[in-house]
Write a new protein. Sequence first.
Length: 374
Amino acid sequence: MSDAKKGHTPTKKEIDSVSGVETTGHDWDGIKELNNPAPRWWLWVFYICVIWSIWYWVVYPAWPTLSGATEGTYGWTQYKKLAAEQQEIVDRQKAYLEKFEKASFDEIFKDEQLYAFAMAGGSAFFKDNCATCHGTGGMGGKGYPNLNDDDWLWGGDIASIYQTIQFGIRSKHDDTRVSQMPAFGIEDLLNKEEIEKVVDYVLSLSDPQNAAGKDFTEAQGIFEQNCASCHGEDGKGLREFGAPNLVDSIWLYGGDRESVFNTVFYARAGMMPNWVGRLDENTIRQLAVYVHELGGGETGKTVQAAPVEVPEAVPQEEPVVSEPEKQGQNELVPPTVPVETEVAPSEGAEVNPVKAMETLPPADNTETSGHDGE
């Protein structure tokens, strides 16, 4: 198709009578284009960008090749930068880790630097490995224990928490904690009427209003014959068996009548994985300190946990340790926390130990002292 048929009529260059600028010499249905030159500043920016792109091409990796890519004169890559930053973190932590792995839990609680180091690392590891079930603040949910209260199945002292994290509950590890409540309804150990009576009696233990005007003589007898061996005659539970306290108002699977009935009829069997073999020893110890300090940890027996070699396949997340000004050496009073408890979710403030970590002074390589329990 010719230019004439397209509506384009070639013309000679001419000077526009209005602007006084030469045209490009083209005409589209009477519309002509002025031939204004590009602004000088725009040309300079364009030339600078061309020069900068050539410099970038020479200095940094730029062009792909059959064997990889051009490395550039600096040899810089994002992978090298990441590796350098990770190594910097490891180097900054090294002094703390050397002290931490040799210190007992008592020494960690008494040493301000090690305590802050454990809390910062434990917070990071908790969010990566535990928050899926227990929540970022450790408040748990239905079927997942609240770690902020002081209601414990297996004990809330640091040694018990450490053991629970190591071996889990009903996990595949040989040393796992195991408790098994019979399914009284499914296994025909009690009929429905007897279960109803036991449920009423159990609910009366935690709420006296449920006992008003009721005779629990028969129900108490059923409880003593079938439940007291684990939960105790007073219903306060026995930690030796991981049996929950039925006297408080803290429930793991719900404290309404239907939930308690289902627990007695079908039983419950929650599971917590063992972390030994998945996480290195220092990580588990930091988690134990962090969980203990969430709000419900107890004082009691302590344990000297020896460091173990970390399998190469197990990735380690390194918490950052900063080195600002030294704070006053005030003795820390350790708080408290739980691992598997018969609890329902409740409100609890989330600990933010990372902020404390930011104020750590440079690590002191002198040996820590003190071996007595809390």
